[in-house]
Structure formats: C-alpha cells, structure tokens
Design a protein. Structure first.
Length: 187
C-alpha cells in the first residue's frame, strides 16, 4: 500500500502538481456591504470603508483580511461607503484624502479612523475597540458580582443585563452574564 502512495506522489510531481497542504492558502472574504444613500448601518460597531475609486475596491487588501472576517462574526458590520456619498462622508467626518476606514458605534459616534489601506492598522483599530469593550464588560461583571454578594439583586441584574446585551461583541462575558441572570432569577 505504501508503494501506491509513492507512485501517486511521483505522478503528481511529474505532472507539475504540488500536493502538500502547506502550499494551500485559505482566503477569507470580508462580508462588505455597499451602503446606499438611504441605508442605515445598525450594528453595535460598524467599520466604514471609503475607497478612492470603484477600481480600488476590487483590488484592496481589505477584501481578504482573516482578522476582519473574524470581527464580523462579533457583530462588527462591514460597510462600504461610496466615495461620492458626500452626506455620509460628512456624517463620518471624512475630510482627508481617500481611501479611509472609519469605526463608529451604533449611535454614529466615530471611534477612530485609519487613512490609507494598511490592513494591520485597520485591524488594530477594530481590535483595540473590541478589547476596550471586553475590559468594560469584565468590569461590569465584577461590579455585578459585588452587588449580588451584597444582596443588591436589582443592581446586579441591571449590570448583568447590560453585559448580556453586548454578548455578540463580548461572547464570553455575555455567556457568564446569562448564567448569572438565570441564577439570580431563581432566587
């Protein structure tokens, strides 16, 4: 049986085919959606990308970022704003030269922006905000535990509900908050 595998490898090499798995690369496609003038981005966090032309959008490294794809699974909406959508550009405070990426919260408050298309900088912008939200959720969980231990059930439940509401951005903390809410509701 071992000789069959050897023959297959020799045949593949002779045909010019490389069969080693380390040569294969998985390409993630970031789920960008193009916003129309009246479209609303309703997500806890939205990463707006404003390319400088339609052609630039087709060849940008922002299309295939593994990290941005993972962030989209944590309720970070990925939206493309047309470079001629002056109303939305003004709303986002984009005055610099394009391309630019802007991170905003659900209320439209701009958290930060990155000029150019440096994928690492854009990923850092989103990661830093997710880390901040995770730290805040951990702090709220700690405060809720202190309230629960002190017998302040309503205060604890309010904090746990707030963390539960952010469970898509902070899944581990949301899961802990859900368990704690169930436990407090049984009391």
């Amino acid at each position: 049986m071992h000789w069959v595998r050897a023959i297959v490898v020799v045949a593949l090499v002779a045909a010019g085919v490389v069969a080693s798995p380390e040569e294969q690369r998985h390409v993630s496609l970031v789920p960008w959606k193009i916003l129309g003038p009246s479209d609303v981005a309703d997500a806890p966090l939205t990463l707006f990308w404003i390319p400088d032309s339609a052609g630039a959008m087709r060849r940008s490294p922002l299309l295939t970022s593994d990290e941005l794809t993972r962030f989209s699974a944590r309720c970070v909406a990925m939206r493309v704003v047309r470079f001629d959508d002056d109303v939305r550009l003004a709303t986002l405070g984009v005055e610099d030269e394009l391309p630019v990426a802007v991170l905003a919260d659900r209320n439209g408050r701009v958290i930060g922006s990155v000029a150019g298309e440096d994928v690492a900088d854009v990923e850092d912008l989103v990661r830093d905000e997710l880390d901040t939200r995770t730290f805040q959720a951990d702090s709220m969980l700690d405060a809720a535990r202190r309230h629960a231990d002190a017998g302040r059930r309503d205060a604890a439940m309010a904090l746990y509900r707030e963390v539960w509401g952010a469970r898509c951005l902070c899944p581990r903390q949301g899961k802990l908050a859900g368990r704690a809410l169930k436990k407090l509701e049984r009391r």
